[in-house]
Design a protein around this ligand. Structure first.
Ligand code: NAD
Length: 513
């Protein structure tokens, strides 16, 4: 009954029709797992002897033991991509032809949304009723890239009659996409789709915590007609496959999404090797600024809490710092606390689960350590409950912060933990909002458009939303481009401008004699 993606979109609307836990288990049991790397058009057995386990957090079982790609495997993937790039089998296709193949790829991803979504769910815990429609939304990223492949124009400069001067966009070459576990398929597609649409050959290295659905993408791309070597995918850890790709002298560009710490390491690897181009999307600690005229408290508090608890807080743009105007603080804090207390951690396959266990036991331990810190740095005003009995479960927490410089208010926690602070004037709100090392996103909650618009340029954030928190699967942002600031990274991402990040400009001058 729910065998395809459209059905899943429908179940988003209809609570009573969501498949139950047992039905979901049956579907999970029928999902095939292949954890081999995909190199030069086919799944391959690794040359490396090293192995790592993929632990499914949903039930804390080992889902698969995969080979950790080593120097020879990485070398094979890069050689395959280099050959495919140099012989022009992909970059020399007309952009519309690449677009056609990419649209077929998008259709195959949509058709397999249930399998891909369930793989993400059992690996890293995102509730299935969110992950499966999320794959449908992610397939749209491929369609947007396919469409935009045709939309760029190059430039002819004003030239003398005897000359022709031009600026032409070229693909960068070999793009290694190194991606995290929090939206495994979505983030992978957000990198590889624009890179392929602009004529590059890609090597995807998904997170070792949730690689299985991402590896499957390579099969689907091949089935759609993407030629061998254009899309390779490596199973491997960051310390092995990731590091080797980042240090490789024949990789032209690293498109990275992950933590700020790893981003800093990649800058070093680029400097130690071939000065490869870097696109870094890293951590965040984003503010939700609630102004005096923020509107209906009930709906607002639902949105504020969802802003830091969706995907269990494991969202780069999570609005985990809630800055409340003095005039609304006393009214909103108890309401926020009530909403947090009502949240309960459930099993990722249960249709009613809003908050799932975190992606791994290690991640849960890290978040619990912050909760302990929070009890020192602030007042815990609310704690949710846990019905999952999963060792990776961490209930939602809300802390009222005394010192905005404390660790709980400054560090990216990547869990369902919110830090509430208060401010007097809009200038103070801006100062607090900007007072972290991150600059990924920000939200202003206000009904005064003019006042909001005056605040936006003061915010040092790449993505600013009014009256909503940025969400990776928001259809409105598919065509949007933004660039992280400060230690959240650099490089324009998304939409038409973001596609240009995967190209370099070649200046060409002809003297027509
Ligand atoms: P991570 O940095 O630990 O890992 C990300 C990827 O880098 C993984 O594939 C990992 O294997 C690889 N890696 C790790 N060490 C490496 C090394 N030394 N060399 C090369 N590769 C290496 O991040 P994570 O824990 O998987 O993901 C969570 C982080 O991702 C959070 O900080 C979150 O904010 C960030 N994130 C950012 C965005 C964004 O758009 N800015 C989106 C999603 C997630």
């Amino acid at each position: 009954m729910f065998g395809n993606a459209e059905d899943w979109e429908a179940v988003m609307l209809s609570e009573s029709q969501k498949p139950g836990h047992d039905a979901m288990r049956q579907r999970v049991a029928s999902v095939e797992i292949d954890g081999r790397s995909f190199i030069d058009g086919r799944r391959t057995n690794a040359q490396s002897d090293a192995r790592f386990d993929v632990i499914g957090v949903a039930d804390n079982t080992c889902l698969a033991t995969l080979a950790d790609a080593g120097a020879e495997d990485v070398g094979d993937a890069v050689a395959s991509a280099r050959k495919a790039f140099d012989d022009g089998r992909w970059r020399n296709l007309a952009p519309s032809q690449r677009g056609l193949i990419l649209r077929r790829f998008a259709d195959l991803v949509t058709a397999e949304a249930e399998t891909l979504g369930l793989l993400d769910t059992i690996q890293m815990g995102m509730p299935a009723h969110i992950s499966v429609p999320g794959i449908v939304a992610a397939a749209e990223l491929i369609r947007v890239s396919a469409e935009l492949a045709d939309a760029h124009t190059d430039q002819i400069m004003p030239s003398a009659p005897s000359a022709l001067y031009m600026q032409i966009r070229r693909p960068r070459g070999i793009v290694a996409a190194i991606t995290p576990w929090n939206y495994p398929v979505h983030v992978a597609l957000a990198k590889i789709a624009p890179a392929m649409a602009t004529g590059n050959c890609v090597i995807l290295k998904p997170s070792e915590i949730a690689p299985l659905a991402c590896l499957r993408l390579a099969d689907l791309a091949a089935e759609a007609g993407v030629p061998p070597g254009v899309f390779n995918a490596l199973a491997g850890t960051g310390q092995s496959a990731g590091r080797l790709l980042a240090l490789h002298h024949d990789v032209d560009c690293l498109a990275f999404v992950g933590s700020t710490g790893t981003g800093l390491q990649l800058m070093q690897y680029a400097g130690q090797s071939n000065m490869k181009a870097l696109l870094l999307e890293c951590g965040g600690k984003s503010p939700q600024i609630v102004m005096d005229d923020c509107g209906d408290p009930e709906g607002l508090c639902d949105a504020l809490v969802a802003g830091f608890t969706s995907n269990s807080g494991q969202v780069c743009v999570s609005g985990s710092r809630i800055l409340l105007a003095d005039s609304v603080y006393d009214a909103l804090l108890p309401l926020l606390a009530e909403k947090v207390r009502a949240l309960s951690v459930g099993h990722p396959l249960d249709p009613g689960t809003a908050l799932a266990p975190l992606a791994s036991i290690q991640q849960a331990e890290k978040v619990r350590a912050y909760v302990t810190l929070g009890e020192r740095d602030g007042d815990c005003v609310a704690r949710g409950t846990d019905h999952s009995r999963n060792p990776a479960a961490v209930p939602a927490h809300l802390f009222a912060i005394r010192d905005p410089g404390c660790q709980l208010a400054q560090d990216e926690i990547f869990g369902p933990v919110g830090a509430v602070m208060r401010f007097g004037t809009p200038a103070e709100a801006i100062r607090l909002a900007n007072a972290t090392r991150y600059g990924l996103s920000a939200t202003i909650w206000s009904s005064d458009v003019a006042a909001t618009h005056a605040m936006v340029p003061e915010l040092r954030a790449g993505f600013v939303m009014a009256n909503a928190v940025a969400r990776p699967d928001d259809p409105g942002v598919r065509y949007m481009s933004g660039e992280p600031r400060k230690m959240s990274g650099f490089g324009v991402d998304g939409g038409a401008l973001g596609m240009l990040s995967y190209t370099c400009v070649q200046a060409v001058g002809y003297h027509l004699k």
